[in-house]
Design a protein around this ligand. Structure first.
Ligand code: SRM
Ligand code: SF4
Length: 597
C-alpha cells in the first residue's frame, strides 16, 4: 500500500510531529519567506528549522559562546551551516574559485569537506543565505536535498578521470541524484527569486529537461503519480534521510555498507557489467538505547548499469511507504529491513520495479582508504590525492595554507578537483609535463606535511562548536590525540603502519566510527566510548571495548594492545582482525547484536 493510502485514516497527531510539518509545509515552503525577512532575530521560525534542512542548510548557534550570550541576555549567536549537493564530489576549477570566494564573503572563511564527498560552510548569517545560494547557483551548484527526509548527496568511488569505469559510475551518481530530486520549486522561489505560478504548475514543470528525461526513463511504470506536485515523495516526503553510495572494488572508499543503498560495481576485463545491490546500512544510534544500532547493508540482487537509477528509486519508494513515521529513532531503512525482513523488502522492491533482480554477484574489497600522492589514470594523465586533516580547508597558522594553495591550483590548473568521502581532495588530469608545476605549488603552500599513516587514515566529524548534537569534541581534538597515539606507534616500531581511527562527538556516527578499527564516540566533554575490531575494508562493525573514558585511560587501554600487535600479529593482519583473534573483543556479526559483548 502506498503512503497516501496508508495514512489516509491516520490522524497526523499519532505520527511524529515532523510528519505534520512536512504535510502542512506547502511543499517545503512553510513561513521561510517571512522568516528570512525578519531582521529582529538571526533565527528562522522553530518549525521552519526542520524545513531548511530539505533545502540544504541547518540553523546552528556557536556553542562556545552559548553561556556567555545567555549571561548577557542575548539570543544565541545564530548562523547556518550550508551543505552542497555535489554528486560524486567533482568540482571544476572555475566552480572551486566561486566556492572559495563564497567562503570569505558569506561564511566563516573555511570550506569543510564532509564524509559524504561534498562541502559544508559554517557561520552563514541569515541575511547572507540568499546571496550565498544565488552565487553558487551561478556556478551550477545547489544545496537542494543536501539534508532532510529525502535522498541525500549520492557518493561514489572518487575520481571519474581515473578510468572509463570510474567515469561511468560517476555519471550514474548524477543520474541517481537527479532522478531522486524532489519536484517542489520552493528552493527556486525562496532563495533564487523565481516567481511562483498559481496552481502548482511550476511543480509539475520543475525538473530541467535532462531531469525530466531521467524521470521518464523510469522502468515499467505507467501509473498516475500519487501526488502530481511531488510525484516521487508526495507531501509526506520520506520518514527519514536516505543515502546512496556506489563503489568500485577493490576500493571501498565510500564505506559502501554504511548506506541505505549501495551499488557494488561488477567490472569484468575493464568493463562495467552491472552492480550488486545492497540495502539496509546506517551508522547512527543513541547511547543507552539498545533498540538503536549501526547496521551494515546486505546484498539483495544484481542489476544492469542502465537499471540502477530505477532500482534506487524502487528501494526509496518501498522505504517511503513502509518506514516508521511515528518514531524517528526507528525510521531509517535499516530498521524497516529488520522489521519487514530482507526477503519481504526485496519482494516489495521487485513489485515496484515490475521485475525481479538477478542474484547478487561476488565482490572483493581490500581497503576503505584513499589513494594519496600521485597515481596514473588509464589515459596516462596523473592525479594527486592530497590529505586534508579532517576535511577542513583553511590557512593554518604555521601549517598548511590549504585554502590559498588549493585556490592557486584551481586558478593555474585546468583539471577538476574531486572531493573524497575520506575528507580528502584529488587534483586530477595532470599532464606529465605539468606535474612539476603542481608539486611546486604543493610545496610552496606546505600542503604536503609529513604525516603518519595513522593520521592519514583518521577521520573526525565536525562536532563543537557548530554541531548542536555534539557531546564531546571531535575535529578540534582528534589531531592532538593522534599525536599521542603516533608516539605509542613509534615506540612499538609501527610508525609506518596504518590503523583506521575515527572519532565522532556523539553516537550519530557522522565519521562512520563503528567501521573503524579504533573508534571513539563522544559521551561527555573529554570522555569517549572506545570501540575496537572494525574491518580494514569497511566490511565489519566494531564493538564497545571501554565506556566513557578520558584521554589518559584511552592511552592506558590502547598502549598494551598496540605493543602486542607489533610483536604478535600475523603477516599482513590488520589491527581490527588482530584484537578479535587474540580474544580481546568479539567480532560483531550483525547490527542487531552490536550491543552484545
Ligand atoms: Fe551527520 C546529523 C554532520 C555524515 C549520521 N550530521 C548531523 C548534523 C546535521 C547535526 C544536526 O542534526 O544538528 C551535523 C552537522 C554538524 C556541523 O556543524 O557541520 C552532521 N554528518 C555531518 C558531516 C558534516 C560530518 C563530517 O564531519 O563530515 C557529514 C555530512 C555528510 C554530507 O555531506 O551529507 C555527516 N552523518 C553522516 C554520516 C556518514 C555517512 O552518511 O556516510 C552518518 C552515518 C550514516 C547514517 O546516516 O546512518 C551521519 N548525522 C547522522 C545522524 C544519525 C542518523 C541516523 O538515522 O541514525 C544525525 C542525527 C539525525 O539525523 O537525527 C546527523
Ligand atoms: Fe554532530 Fe554527532 Fe554528527 Fe559529530 S557525529 S557531527 S557530534 S551529529
Amino acid at each position: 500500500m502506498d503512503i497516501i493510502a496508508k495514512l489516509r485514516d491516520v490522524p497526523l497527531d499519532e505520527l511524529h510531529p515532523n510528519e505534520r510539518l512536512k504535510v502542512e509545509s506547502d511543499y517545503l515552503r512553510g513561513t521561510l519567506e517571512e522568516g528570512l525577512a525578519d531582521r529582529a532575530t538571526g533565527a528562522v521560525a522553530e518549525d521552519d528549522t526542520q524545513l531548511t534542512k530539505f533545502h540544504g542548510f541547518y540553523q546552528q548557534d556557536d556553542r562556545d559562546l552559548r553561556d556567555e550570550r545567555r549571561h548577557q541576555k542575548l539570543e544565541p549567536l545564530y548562523s547556518f551551516m550550508v551543505r552542497l549537493r555535489l554528486p560524486g564530489g567533482l568540482v571544476t576549477p572555475a566552480q572551486w574559485q566561486t566556492l572559495d570566494d563564497v567562503a570569505s564573503r558569506y561564511a566563516n572563511g573555511t570550506l569543510r569537506i564532509t564524509t559524504r564527498q561534498t562541502f559544508q560552510y559554517h557561520g552563514v548569517l541569515k541575511e547572507n543565505l540568499r546571496p550565498h545560494l544565488q552565487t553558487i547557483h551561478q556556478a551550477m551548484v545547489d544545496t537542494i536535498a543536501a539534508c532532510g527526509d529525502v535522498n541525500r548527496n549520492v557518493i561514489c568511488t572518487a575520481n571519474p578521470h581515473r578510468s572509463a569505469v570510474h567515469r561511468q559510475v560517476y555519471e550514474l551518481s548524477h543520474r541517481i541524484s537527479t532522478r531522486l530530486l524532489p519536484s517542489t520549486r520552493a528552493y527556486h522561489e525562496i532563495f533564487l527569486g523565481e516567481e511562483r505560478v498559481a496552481g502548482g504548475a511550476q511543480e509539475r514543470e520543475s525538473k530541467s529537461e535532462s531531469e525530466r528525461a531521467e524521470s521518464e526513463a523510469k522502468v515499467g511504470d505507467d501509473r498516475e503519480p500519487l501526488d502530481p506536485k511531488e510525484p516521487l515523495y508526495t507531501r509526506h516526503y520520506l520518514p527519514r534521510k536516505f543515502k546512496v553510495a556506489l563503489a568500485i572494488p577493490p576500493e571501498n572508499d565510500v564505506d559502501l555498507f554504511a548506506h541505505d543503498v549501495g551499488f557494488i560495481a561488477d567490472v569484468v576485463d575493464g568493463e562495467l557489467h552491472g552492480f550488486t545491490v545492497c540495502i539496509g546500512g546506517g551508522m547512527g544510534m543513541t547511547h543507552g538505547d539498545p533498540s538503536t544500532f549501526p547496521r551494515l547493508s546486505d546484498p539483495i540482487g544484481y542489476c544492469s548499469p542502465e537499471a540502477a537509477p530505477a532500482v534506487a528509486e524502487a528501494i526509496m519508494l518501498v522505504q517511503r511507504d513502509n518506514g516508521n513515521r511515528r518514531d524517528r529513532k526507528q525510521a531509517r531503512l535499516k530498521y524497516t529491513v529488520e522489521e519487514m525482513g530482507l526477503d519481504a523488502f526485496k519482494l516489495e522492491v521487485e513489485r515496484q520495479l515490475g521485475e525481479s533482480l538477478a542474484p547478487a554477484h561476488d565482490y572483493h574489497f581490500d581497503n576503505n582508504g584513499d589513494r594519496l600522492g600521485w597515481i596514473q589514470g588509464d589515459d596516462g594523465r596523473w592525479h594527486y590525492g592530497l590529505f586534508v586533516q579532517n576535511g577542513r580547508i583553511a590557512d593554518f597558522p604555521d601549517g598548511p595554507q590549504l585554502r590559498t594553495g588549493l585556490r592557486e591550483i584551481a586558478e593555474q590548473h585546468d583539471g577538476d578537483l574531486v572531493l573524497t568521502t575520506n575528507q580528502n581532495v584529488i587534483i586530477t588530469q595532470v599532464e606529465e609535463s605539468r606535474r612539476g608545476a603542481i608539486d611546486a605549488l604543493l610545496d610552496r603552500h606546505r600542503l604536503v606535511a609529513e604525516t603518519s599513516p595513522l593520521r592519514r587514515n583518521a577521520m573526525a566529524c565536525v562536532a563543537f562548536p557548530t554541531c548542536g548534537l555534539a557531546m564531546a569534541e571531535s575535529e578540534r581534538y582528534l589531531p592532538s590525540l593522534i599525536d599521542r597515539l603516533d608516539a605509542v606507534m613509534r615506540k612499538a616500531g609501527l610508525a609506518d603502519d596504518a590503523i583506521i581511527v575515527r572519532m565522532t562527538g556523539c553516537p550519530n556516527g557522522c565519521a562512520r566510527p563503528y567501521l573503524a578499527e579504533i573508534g571513539f564516540v563522544g559521551k561527555a566533554p573529554g570522555h569517549y566510548n572506545l570501540y575496537l575490531g572494525g574491518g580494514f575494508s569497511g566490511q565489519r562493525l566494531n564493538k564497545l571495548y571501554r565506556e566513557n573514558i578520558d584521554e589518559a585511560t584511552i592511552l592506558e587501554a590502547l598502549t598494551p594492545l598496540i605493543q602486542r600487535y607489533a610483536t604478535e600479529r600475523e603477516d599482513g593482519e590488520p589491527f581490527g582482525d588482530f584484537v578479535i583473534r587474540i580474544g580481546e573483543i568479539n567480532a560483531t556479526t550483525a547490527g542487531r547484536v552490536f550491543h552484545q559483548t
